[in-house]
Design a protein around this ligand. Structure first.
Ligand code: NDP
Length: 260
């Protein structure tokens, strides 16, 4: 449908899950896409998927990137700019679950969580903002979580970092609004990815944990990565020119539910 025709986007953590779905959706909408991913093999698999679907029209570049390292993110942005001109869109998607009890959590757990889930988002923003400000246009989409405003016991400090992602989104959205750079977030609820399956598999009874998750959902199912990707396309596109410093929840209504 070419809703992103002529635009270039960088998506972090695009090797699988929500990031891969966003990269594919962006490419289908006509964007050139940089897949900035820790694991180059999975990024190349996403690239091959895009090329297989779009053929010669595909403009895609896989770049090994660690979002915790500013120089690595800057390298991916520079490679993207070299291949496709300046970047119009950034999706800070890479994230990890670090779920601990606060008092038994190690310092390393705390640092690992913040390094990826919050510093990683800032590293992405800092790398693309100068170019977006110079061109007077840009859209940044940060993948937060419903953990950004709801708490599940035993999931510390992930929600602390995700609250920070919303704070960063709002602060940068206001800072750069006069330069026509929009910064928004998406808060997914449970989405069926490897991350979610890993969490179920860590529980004493994975099948029961999966069923318990489904039972909590108003729609009696969890979300699909493509459903987050559709929202990312909207926020990144020119269909959302006055949405800024905002967050769209994609959770089938779960966070609005008090109880059954
Ligand atoms: P996945 O674990 O399936 O995918 C995450 C991707 O990010 C992986 O390809 C992973 O690479 C990559 N990644 C991890 N660390 C880094 C890093 N340091 N630098 C670059 N890439 C990295 O997760 P999801 O797709 O489920 O989650 C994507 C985002 O959505 C995350 O921010 C997550 O917090 C958020 N989210 C997910 C929800 C869900 O239910 N799935 C719900 C709410 C929010 P590798 O495989 O090499 O580690």
């Amino acid at each position: 449908m070419n809703r992103l025709a002529g635009k270039a986007a960088l998506v972090t953590g695009a090797g699988r899950g929500i990031g891969a779905a966003i990269a594919l959706a962006f490419a289908r909408e006509g964007a050139a896409v940089v897949l900035a991913e820790l694991d180059l093999d999975t990024a190349q698999r996403t690239a091959a998927r895009i090329e297989a679907e779009l053929g010669a029209g595909a403009r895609v570049l896989a770049v090994q990137t660690d979002v915790t390292q500013p120089a690595s993110v800057q390298h991916a942005v520079s490679e993207g700019a070299r291949a496709f001109g300046g970047l119009d869109i950034l999706v800070n998607n890479a994230g990890i679950n670090v779920f601990c009890d606060p008092l038994t959590m190690t310092d390393a757990d705390w640092r690992r969580c913040f390094a990826v889930d919050l510093d990683g988002v800032w590293n992405g923003c800092r790398a693309v903002l100068p170019g977006m400000v110079e061109r007077g246009a840009g859209s940044i989409v940060n993948i937060a979580s419903t953990h950004a405003f709801k708490i599940i016991p035993g999931c510390f400090p992930y929600p602390v970092a995700k609250h920070g992602v919303i704070g960063l989104t709002r602060a940068l959205g206001i800072e750069y609004a006069p330069r026509n750079v929009r910064v928004n977030a998406i808060a997914p609820g449970y989405i069926e990815t490897q991350l979610t399956h890993d969490w179920w598999n860590e529980q004493p009874d994975p099948a029961a944990a999966q069923q318990a998750t489904l039972d909590l959902q108003p729609m009696k199912r969890i979300g699909r990565p493509e459903e987050v990707a559709m929202t990312a396309v909207f926020l990144a596109s020119d269909e959302a020119p006055f949405i800024n410093a905002s967050c769209i929840t994609v959770d089938g209504g779960r966070s609005a539910l008090y109880h059954d």
